[in-house]
Design a protein around this ligand. Structure first.
Ligand SMILES: *Cc1c(COP(=O)(O)O)cnc(C)c1O
Length: 400
């Protein structure tokens, strides 16, 4: 890394194996050094010594809101408008169910083929449960804008395409959605911690995302949900669990939603996972998202340039214009799975997404130019020599 790299200090906050080129922080963020000590302190001091009293004495009960505010600062959400818990799939379901109820006369959920399958699956499941004849209309990403009309109840999109990295224009599409009288649900799985986001400024009605990708909260870290201020006090939560009740410890027989986004909580919060995420979020203190974006573009451009210099025929699956993509770069190769396995065997970690995408994520907090250059050189060499072409590298693992 060069002396002028403003992210040298943040790199030192991460625990990464020596010599590894980790280009998969878009899928599972690296481990911040402070996480282990923090989680073990919560286990031994809070759980171990204070036992159930820790819900009050250690503030466990308010952790979803406190951590939600920290995530909120990274996505332009005002304090008190984000809460944490469950998985992203659940949060997608909750946002969509609440949105559909706000547009009882409309039947269309609009999404695109670039959305992550679980978002579409959750919509399909919700439609079946509602049994009211809703339709999930899935169009090509480029066709979304033209498909927004007055039949649409909710536009549900992931801002950054998980395969290609293509970036939707959140401001313009939200505006178009509102002009048609529909609600906008944004999935920020590949945006939060990857680029500057302003959910409130863009006027998003709902936003959801996970925290184990660019936010480094660890495998299965709790998801977040944002509900715009005027809506948060009126939406009905589809999953009316006791932690989203106005008075969980009154133990009333009937559900009454809490005020604001707290009503999107469901059951008992995962305290150990929230503690890990809370510690992981410390690395973002004082970080300027515009600087992260500039650096991410610089690293992505460097990677593309270096790969193309050696293997000019490798097809770029991502937009060429860096302002039109998130913090990842993808290439297509018919044997992308085997090529990726060969790369991983040589210490360059990216991932593969069917049918032919090799995906590389750029995380400025802990990734430098030397690693990007070295990753590109090894990829080029593997392709040029054909050493990916072995039965072992073609054998599929469960997780790709
Ligand atoms: C990663 C990702 C998910 C994963 O959902 P989980 O419930 O956390 O497994 C969902 N949607 C999008 C857009 C994603 O990128």
């Amino acid at each position: 890394m060069s002396q002028t790299d403003p992210f040298r200090a943040t790199r030192a906050l991460f625990d990464l194996p020596d010599g590894l080129v980790y280009l998969d922080g878009n899928s599972l963020g690296a481990l911040p050094k402070a996480v282990g000590a923090r989680v073990s302190q919560v286990i031994s001091d809070e759980w171990g010594r204070s036992l159930i009293g820790a819900w009050n004495s250690a503030g466990w009960v308010d952790l979803p809101r406190r951590v939600g505010d920290r995530v909120g600062r990274l996505i332009g959400a005002p304090a008190g408008s984000v809460t944490m818990g469950d998985t992203l799939s659940i949060k997608v379901y909750q946002a969509l169910a609440s949105a559909l109820e706000l547009r009882p006369d409309r039947r269309v959920i609009l999404s695109d083929t670039g959305n992550f399958p679980t978002d579409l699956y959750m919509a399909q499941g919700l439609i079946a449960s509602l049994g009211r004849g809703h339709e999930l209309r899935v169009v090509e990403p480029e066709a979304v804008e033209a498909a927004i009309d007055e039949s649409v109840a909710a536009v549900m999109l992931t801002q950054v395409d998980y395969r290609t990295g293509r970036l939707h224009d959140m401001v313009a599409l939200t505006e178009k959605t509102h002009a048609a009288g529909a609600l906008a649900i944004w999935d920020l799985a590949h945006s939060a911690g990857a680029l500057p986001v302003d959910v409130a400024g863009a006027g998003a009605d709902f936003a959801v995302g996970c925290t184990y990708k660019y936010l480094n909260g660890g495998p299965g870290a709790p998801a977040f949900i944002y509900v715009a201020k005027p809506l948060a006090d009126t939406v009905r939560p589809a999953l009316s669990g006791w932690f989203g009740h106005d008075a969980p410890f009154a133990f009333e027989p009937s559900y009454r939603p809490a005020s604001g986004v707290e009503r999107m909580r469901v059951g008992t919060p995962p305290i150990l996972a929230l503690a890990a995420l809370d510690a992981a979020l410390d690395v973002w203190e004082g970080i300027d998202m515009e600087a992260v974006r500039a650096r991410s573009i610089q690293l992505g451009e460097l990677f593309i340039r270096e790969v193309r210099a050696h293997v000019p025929d490798l097809e770029l699956a991502s937009p060429v214009d860096p302002s039109k993509r998130g913090s990842q770069v993808s290439f297509r190769h018919p044997e992308g799975y085997a090529v990726m396995q060969a790369l991983i065997a040589e210490g360059v970690i990216g991932d593969y997404r069917a049918p032919d995408i090799m995906r590389f994520g750029f995380t400025p907090l802990y990734l430098g130019e030397d690693e990007v250059r070295s990753g590109a050189a090894i990829l080029a060499d593997i392709l040029t020599t054909g050493r990916w072409d072995t039965p072992a590298f073609r054998r599929r693992n469960k997780v790709t």
